[in-house]
Design a protein around this ligand. Structure first.
Ligand code: N01
Length: 548
């Protein structure tokens, strides 16, 4: 029974990051009655919430942009090779205005519950603002990195100073001038924010549990002639993005004509095994620390990984002058490529400054927060501002934070208690007509995520057309297909450093206590994944059950 306050819709899109915005655009264009619900006051998702100082994209902006509108591609001018959060947020606001998306977005509203009604194949969706929607389709555009992880530290509320999390940074500027600042966490967010905060603060202490492998970003202002050429070359760039594993075309400008007799530009080797110690040293000196993540054999081979780690350590010791700090920053406990390699601007250099110190929590963890700071097993520290850069309940957090109930009232939390399975990362068995954009089991964050997002939105759009055209009431992933796909996703990661026994990462869910260890994203590549999805459709939505 639907009460009179309930709004009847064709589709509800949850979240308006890059995925939700494009999904809304597509579904509305096909004439569906659709609403997008957004917890923030603006669009942008990750690029709305993560507004911490130094936040920046690590994919070239030419490639980290929507491809669906040729006009948009031509009219938007990026100012840097890899732009920061403010420019990305501006771009996404421009997209929202240009395509008039805001009129169908309910801002400052969080979806709290969604339950499936088996009798009519529809979803009942509720929000924290008291909205009720009765809808045919639910599209979860809740993102892979959405729910902040607050570590479980004793007396967490004891600290009396200002407290921030990089993933929920306030819009108002935080003034670090003359302040003593503590940052807990040294992953991508910590690495980006530490040098920027340190440039203002009187003192900065980084509390680090796992050092990262980080490489120079080499960001630079956008050259107008490069941008102009990229705009001309967009059709080829997009084509290449969709037909390679990473979703990154690696665009570097127009191909230069070959000059007869010109010396060949030297490149670092593809593999480290097979090079003599002298050759490795020569490569390190010629190409620098930035060449290290490109030795492909280090992805799979422990010996190769060991060699590149030694090279990394050697460079680290050269850059960071204080041997104790260099030792603390050395990621000796786990292989390169287990976690997402970070790219940075001045991260190691900032530790050469006297007012920046590092606390190696491997030698004694945080025991508790105090009114004035925190205490580790070894010492007590005082500071004015505490910044958590402790990451996310990744891949699943955005979904499990909502009380989603499918057939028989089963909750998504229970369904995923033994690890998240979603057929192709698009649908969960027992949750008909609910789609997940970049869900677990899809390339998602192991690819240029906007390429994967656009692909998913288009697939869902076309699938909904198919369901409507064929009077299909409910579409649901079959458990056997989801299980088989989960095995394939797991197999694709085997033999890589992502699943090495010493590896703990958010890809595996092992940054969250109690979360089942399981490699969640699909490593097979964007191209192979697209091929599989197309095959599934060509075979009449093989692996999905369709009920009229
Ligand atoms: O989060 P993380 P993030 N005590 O999980 C530490 C994307 N991103 O926000 O490794 C002490 O990587 C934790 O330690 P450990 C990108 O995909 C992209 O930095 O669990 N420390 C780790 O050091 C990235 O991979 C961009 O041992 C604790 C840190 O907190 C993803 O987001 C920029 C702790 C968390 O690192 C997540 O990055 C930013 C505790 N109790 C983010 N608990 C770019 O585009 C956790 N930690 C460049």
């Amino acid at each position: 029974m639907i009460d009179s306050d309930t709004k009847t819709l064709d589709a509800v899109v949850v979240g308006t990051g890059m995925a939700g915005m494009y999904m809304l655009y597509r579904l509305r264009n096909k004439g569906l009655n659709v609403i997008a619900v957004e917890a923030g006051t603006g669009v942008g998702g990750a690029w709305y919430w993560n507004r911490y100082p130094g936040c920046r994209c690590d994919v070239p902006s030419i490639e980290y942009s929507y491809s669906f509108s040729k006009e948009l591609e031509q009219e938007w001018d990026w100012t840097e090779a890899m732009v920061g959060q403010p420019e990305l947020e501006k771009y996404l606001n421009h997209v929202a205005d240009r395509f008039d998306l805001r009129k169908d977005i309910k801002f400052s509203t969080r979806v709290t519950a969604a339950s499936y009604h088996e009798d009519n194949g529809r979803w009942a969706v509720e929000t924290d603002q008291g909205d009720k929607y009765d809808t045919n389709y639910c599209v979860m555009a809740t993102g892979c990195l959405t729910i902040p992880n607050y570590p479980d530290i004793k007396n967490a509320d004891a600290f009396k100073g200002e407290v921030y999390h990089t993933a929920t940074w306030p819009k108002e500027e935080v003034d670090f001038t003359g302040k003593r600042v503590a940052v807990i966490g040294c992953g991508s967010s910590g690495v980006q924010t530490i040098p920027v905060i340190a440039s203002k603060a009187k003192e900065l202490i980084a509390f680090q549990r796992s050092p990262v492998y980080t490489f120079p970003a080499k960001n630079a202002p956008m050259k107008p002639e490069f941008l102009a050429q990229a705009k001309k070359d967009y059709p080829e760039i997009r084509e290449k993005q969709r037909n390679c594993a990473s979703g990154i075309a690696g665009y570097s400008g127009p191909k230069k004509p070959k000059v007869e007799g010109a010396p060949k530009k030297r490149k670092a080797s593809r593999k480290i095994l097979g090079l003599t110690a002298e050759q490795r040293q020569a490569e390190l000196e010629e190409f620098g620390i930035g060449a290290i993540p490109n030795y492909v054999d280090a992805f799979f081979n422990e010996e190769a990984n060991g060699i590149v780690r030694e090279m990394f350590d050697q460079e680290l010791k050269r850059i960071v002058k204080d041997p104790q700090k260099a030792d603390a920053l050395s990621p000796k406990d786990y292989p390169l490529h287990c976690k997402r390699p970070v790219i940075d601007t001045n991260y190691y250099d900032v530790f050469n400054e006297d007012h920046v110190s590092i606390v190696d929590l491997r030698k004694g963890g945080i025991e508790e927060l105090t009114a004035t700071g925190l205490r580790t097993a070894n010492a007590e520290y005082e500071f004015d501002i505490l910044v958590y850069a402790t990451g996310f309940d990744a891949m699943t957090g955005g979904m499990t934070a909502i009380d989603i109930r499918g057939k028989g009232g089963e909750s998504i939390k229970d369904k995923w208690a033994d690890g998240p399975t979603a057929y192709l990362g698009l649908q969960v068995c027992g949750f008909p007509n609910l789609f997940t954009i970049t869900g677990p089991g899809s390339p998602s964050i192991l690819s240029n995520v906007i390429v994967s997002i656009e692909y998913h939105c288009e697939w869902i759009d076309q699938t909904i057309s198919y369901l409507r055209d064929n009077n299909i009431k409910a579409m649901e992933a079959e458990q056997s297909a989801a299980d088989e796909w989960a095995i394939h996703v797991n197999d694709a990661a085997q033999g890589t450093m992502y699943v090495a026994p010493t590896c703990n990462s958010w890809y595996l869910g092992s940054n969250i206590e109690g979360k089942k260890r399981m490699f969640m994203p699909y490593l097979g590549g964007v191209d192979k994944y697209d091929e599989k999805c197309r095959e599934v459709v060509a075979n009449g939505y093989e692996g999905f059950s369709l009920t009229s």
